[in-house]
Design a protein around this ligand. Structure first.
Ligand SMILES: [Zn+2]
Length: 323
């Protein structure tokens, strides 16, 4: 009798051990197959929820590691783990079993982040009231142009007047699309070297006549913030408050376009703002103006205003604006 109990206990223990190891295997399998759940991955990639401090943390992990910051970022997006060891365990599995998939995703991650240099709206050192604000409105409902979600971030102007805030390129790249769209109004799309497409919409005006295929430098003036768009007719304005709609798009390996939430990217770039200022000659002339002339000066046509903005990346760099 006693012997039988021992045998049963032994069998039970063996079964428990077997179940534990099976559960472990199932968990590991589930982790891996979660990568196969294409829709989930795509959605997390699109939301791109990387807080600034974590981005910096992953840059730190990258040193002396076989994994890049973009790998760690993907690991975080898919698991919400922040620790280096946990992320590396996950990445090791991915590179072992899903190498081409993780490489593709890592390239998409680079396309979003690698070319970023500046926040798209520089600061005015002359007028501290000219500020901007933005919130995470990813996929919020939009009513114009059918039922659709908001695929971008709106940078709102504290001073609601078209043509007042300069808009600069966040990245190097080439002009891929320029001109009127009924939704985006006057827009310009820049393709950055790592493949990301950066889309600036609702502009009041362009800095100059851009040609498709033309090279652009990060920090280069693209145009001025406005309220164009939401109309079949070219030049429609006034349908909403002055703002810059910013969109980011990347391509997967099949070439299909995926929109990405720019909110966390912009949060990170907020620390990287350029200043803009008048050129010395214009400043001198400006200082000689009487109050009356100054008033008239404010009434300058947009064309003249446009000319009077001169960027000095060098000065901004000296002012330690760039991290
Ligand atoms: Zn928008």
């Amino acid at each position: 009798m006693k012997k039988q109990v021992w045998i049963w206990l032994l069998i039970l223990t063996a079964m428990v051990c077997f179940l534990i190891s099976l559960t472990g295997q199932i968990q590991q399998f589930a982790k891996l197959s979660s990568l196969l759940a294409e829709e989930d991955i795509r959605e997390l990639l699109r939301q791109q929820k990387i807080p600034t401090e974590l981005f910096e943390t992953f840059c730190g992990y990258e040193k002396d590691s076989e994994y890049s910051r973009y790998d760690y970022m993907l690991g975080y997006l898919f698991t919400e783990q922040e620790g280096q060891r946990e992320l590396e365990e996950y990445l090791e599995l991915l590179y072992q079993y899903q190498k081409s998939k993780i490489q593709e995703l890592s390239e998409m991650e680079q396309a979003v982040w690698k070319d970023l240099e500046y926040f798209p709206v520089p600061l005015s050192p002359k007028d501290s009231s000219l500020v901007t604000s933005f919130e995470n409105s990813w996929m919020f409902d939009r009513n114009y142009g059918g039922n659709r979600g908001h695929e971008g971030t709106d940078i709102m102007a504290s001073f609601n007047e078209r043509g007042h805030y300069p808009v600069i390129s966040m990245t190097d790249g080439t002009v891929e699309k320029v001109g009127w769209l009924k939704l985006g109004g006057y827009r310009i799309g820049i393709r950055a070297p790592n493949g990301g497409y950066f889309y600036y919409a609702h502009l009041y005006d362009y800095a100059r006549e851009f040609q498709e295929g033309e090279e652009i430098k990060a920090g280069e003036l693209l145009g001025f913030m406005g309220d164009s768009g939401y109309g079949e007719e070219e030049g429609t304005v006034g349908k909403f408050a002055v703002h810059l709609h910013l969109g980011i798009y990347v391509n997967d390996k099949n070439g299909s376009e995926v929109s990405v939430n720019p909110y966390w990217v912009l949060k990170w770039l907020e620390e990287k703002r350029l200043n803009y200022q008048f050129s010395q000659e214009e400043k001198r002339l400006n200082d000689q103006f009487s109050q009356e002339e100054k008033r008239l000066n404010d009434q300058f046509s947009q064309e003249e205003k446009r000319l009077s903005y001169q960027f000095s990346r060098e000065e901004a760099e000296n002012a330690d604006q760039i991290g």
